[in-house]
Design a protein around this ligand. Structure first.
Ligand SMILES: [Zn+2]
Length: 212
């Protein structure tokens, strides 16, 4: 398919808007989750907060990708063809791996010491806000993906949706966490595994763009 200059500019502008909105929302959510995690002494919510912060860094990489790449993104290079982007992507993947290991350890410590979290209204409200905002981001990314045909937007949309679902899992956990001491430790492990998996996926994509 051939696109003229104005059409390409319009598409890039839409993709940029998705990136900037993601960055803003994720930084806001990081602040809220970090606060909720501290207030409730929850390793699961704090781990999720760090994941959310790395999400805004990922969005920055998407933006760099759009800017740096001279060639437009295609099927095998959904984020474009930049090298800066590849290096930052690897950095994120390693950081996610480190965060995951850190919180696996933290969660096991909590379980060993039978330390419950004290989930209150703040944790519940912040987690509901996260479910809603992340799904809204997903919808927006899917819409931009349809408008632009950029694969990276669709991938971003799925990421936001996965995050929304994991917040939903945390929400259910919080409700049970008021009954059982071990819920926060187990949730912390689950969140860490999800973080590790998203790091792995990012690494895999980077590798395929290296080889492709
Ligand atoms: Zn995420």
């Amino acid at each position: 398919m051939y696109f003229n200059e104005t059409q390409i500019k319009k598409k890039n502008l839409l993709a940029y808007s998705e990136g900037w909105i993601s960055i803003g929302v994720n930084i806001l959510l990081f602040g809220l989750k970090f606060w909720a995690g501290i207030v409730s002494g929850s390793v699961a919510i704090i781990a999720d907060a760090w994941h959310t912060l790395t999400d805004s860094v990922s969005s920055i990489i998407v933006l760099i990708g759009i800017k740096v790449s001279k060639k437009p993104p295609d099927k095998r290079h959904p984020f474009g063809h930049g090298r800066a982007e590849l290096i930052s992507t690897l950095f994120i993947a390693f950081f996610l791996g480190w965060v995951a290991i850190h919180f696996v350890t933290g969660s096991i410590e909590k379980l060993r010491h039978h330390e419950p979290a004290d989930f209150g209204t703040v944790a519940i409200i912040v987690t509901i806000v996260s479910v809603v905002l992340k799904e809204a981001l997903a919808q927006y990314a899917f819409w931009v993906g349809r408008k632009t045909g950029f694969k990276s937007m669709k991938a971003d949309g799925w990421h936001h949706r996965t995050d929304s679902i994991s917040s939903l899992v945390i929400l259910v956990g919080i409700l049970f966490g008021r009954l059982y001491w071990w819920v926060d430790g187990v949730l912390g492990l689950a969140v860490s595994i999800m973080i590790f998996y998203s790091g792995y996926k990012i690494m895999q994509e980077a590798a395929s763009s290296l080889l492709g």
